[in-house]
Design a protein. Structure first.
Lengths: 296, 283
């Protein structure tokens, strides 16, 4: 944002004309809906029984406090978010450190890790549900049987189902952490890195005392980016388990969806979504502060 | 001297060569194989799909593709996805590219604040947008229209497109517009005739991102579309909804949804990776 030429410094009208369509579009399609969301959260809006719709203040939020399904969703969201982010960072780091001096095969590696991130999450979720996790015929279950672990109820049992959707998300997004760490390892000043590496003896020391401190900013960024994305995860879980069995994999985002579009209870759904909005805002506020201090 | 340094470099690897190859092998197995397995399953005859142990070698058939395309929903779904993704891409470029240009190169009042507003909109949680939007469209009787879905997809693509294009405009030499200004050309003419021809590559990458985002999108599509505009990502559920799982036509449809994205990934992998990791490193 800083390298402006300043050539058209006084051309206010030009600047506004060129940016107005985008800015007006985004105000109309994001700012206004989000403000409406705040208002909707204070109403009872039940499309199946519109006669009873009225302003109810904070009742939706009070109801949430009593709602065991909401607390379940909050708990599932916490487990899902923390474990997927931790797994992505840990696995991504191992992969990046193992491969960053590797020259051959870079193209093949890049394409294969790129695929999970850019393929439709619905196809990914459905493929896992069928080809990979189906008892007996799924490739992972076949592997588990062959290795002597026996067939597992991957999506049929509440605990296994939560573990499965965590595995799916981790599979899909570890490549992101890997690519970011790989890029920041390549961007490090190579000579101090070499010198520091010379001073250390074991591989673990090199990792712990040289590499880890140097790419800490990248780790922070990945954690924040991925936390925000984990909170809006939807399509892959929806297609793999639909939130089930029961509510075992129902994260808050999915709960807001089910309340709003299955039960058509839009007011309560809006209140849940408002909570998600503030959670996201809080994390992005941290993000901006970190970005200010760590990056520049 | 050089060979000495090269040897040093090897000895300084954090991971040993053996470990490196193991990691590469696992990486390809874990990340590339599932995608390959979907493609293989789509080409297997029905009797070859549900067998233990899974078949690696088999006689390929296109029967599932034919069956999938004969399914009304799938053929229409792919058509609808094409309409929505193309519409989203074109409209996104039309409004985002000019905005990115002025954010990158022109100083005007509130330009910094406005560009931060754009960055901020990218973080709007989709569930928070779709609930009021559904309520509105339901009132206007505009559910199940292309317009409604395209507008919603553009909330995903426009902010990202602006930020991606800003990086391409910033890379242009500062002197680019000066000669045109000396010739007395208006800023609009300069933008169209001098600047745009220098960033077609970036516009192409931005178009790929917008197309993939819209083509793959599911939440907005499942909420907003009905029988008339159902996209492919929604229609694919039809094969797995009932008790009987039709893996053949499901994987065939999955491959048809994935194919254009895989082709784009092969052509533009470096640019796609650069765009995806944008904002995570200093440069």
């Amino acid at each position: 944002m800083k390298n402006r030429s300043g050539l058209y410094a006084s051309w206010e009208r030009f600047g506004w004309t060129m940016s107005a369509p985008s800015v007006l579009f985004l105000v109309a399609m994001t700012s206004i809906p989000l403000l409406s969301l705040l208002v909707m959260g204070t109403w009872r809006i039940d499309l199946t029984n519109p006669m009873g719709n009225r302003w109810i203040g904070i009742s939706n939020y009070l109801e949430m406090l009593q709602d065991s399904r909401f607390w379940n969703a909050a708990w599932v969201t916490a487990i899902y978010t923390v474990s997927t982010v931790v797994l992505q960072v840990a696995l991504g780091l191992v992969m990046a450190v193992a491969l960053f001096r590797q020259v051959r095969g870079q193209g093949l590696i890049r394409v294969s890790v790129l695929l999970p991130m850019i393929l439709a999450p619905v196809v990914v979720g459905l493929a896992w549900r069928t080809l990979i996790l189906t008892p007996e015929y799924g490739i992972l279950d076949y592997l588990a049987i062959s290795l002597g672990f026996g067939s597992k109820p991957w999506l049929g049992d509440p605990r296994w189902a939560l573990a499965s959707v965590i595995i799916i998300h981790t599979w899909q997004w570890t490549p992101f952490a890997f690519l970011v760490f790989l890029a920041s390892l390549h961007a490090l000043p190579q000579e101090p890195l070499e010198a520091a590496l010379l001073d250390t003896k074991t591989a673990w020391q090199r990792f712990r005392y040289v590499i880890l401190p140097m790419i800490r900013p990248a780790i922070v960024i990945v954690v924040i980016f991925r936390t925000m994305i984990a909170l809006r995860a939807f399509a892959a879980i929806f297609s793999a388990t639909g939130g089930g069995p029961g509510t075992a994999t129902e994260i808050l985002n999915l709960y807001a969806y089910r309340v709003s579009f299955n039960d058509l209870n839009l007011g309560y759904g809006a209140a849940v979504a408002t909570l998600l909005l503030f959670l996201t805002l809080a994390i992005s506020a941290i993000f901006f502060r970190m970005r200010g201090s760590v990056i520049s | 001297m050089f060979s000495f340094q090269a040897r040093k470099r090897r000895s300084l690897m954090v991971a040993s060569a053996g470990m490196t190859y193991i990691v590469i092998f696992i990486l390809l197995l874990v990340w590339a194989f599932p995608v390959l397995w979907v493609v293989m399953t789509s080409l297997k005859m029905r009797t070859d799909i549900f067998v233990v142990p899974p078949k690696i070698m088999f006689k390929p058939t296109l029967e599932h593709y034919i069956e999938a395309l004969k399914t009304q929903d799938i053929l229409e779904g792919i058509g609808n996805s094409l309409v929505v993704a193309s519409g989203t891409t074109i409209l996104t470029l039309m409004i985002a590219v000019p905005a990115a240009y002025v954010f990158a190169r022109v100083r005007f009042r509130f330009s910094t604040q406005t560009s931060f507003f754009v960055l901020f909109t990218e973080m709007a949680p989709p569930m928070g947008l779709i609930i009021p939007y559904f309520f509105l469209l339901n009132h206007l009787r505009m559910l199940d229209t292309y317009t409604g879905l395209i507008a919603m997809h553009m909330t995903l693509t426009v902010p990202f497109a602006i930020w991606l294009m800003i990086t391409y405009f910033q890379d242009l030499p500062a002197t680019l517009e000066e000669s045109a200004a000396i010739d007395g050309a208006s800023p609009f003419t300069t933008f169209l005739r001098v600047v745009l021809p220098n960033v077609w590559g970036g516009v192409g990458v931005t178009a790929i991102f917008a197309f993939i985002e819209s083509w793959n999108e599911f939440l907005y599509a499942v909420v907003l579309t009905g029988s008339k505009t159902k996209t492919a990502t929604v229609a694919i559920f039809g094969f797995l909804a009932a008790e009987e799982s039709r893996w053949g036509p499901f994987t065939a449809t999955g491959v048809m949804i994935m194919a254009p994205v895989i082709v784009m990934a092969l052509f533009a992998q470096r640019h796609i990776i650069k765009g995806m990791t944008m904002g995570t490193t200093k440069g």
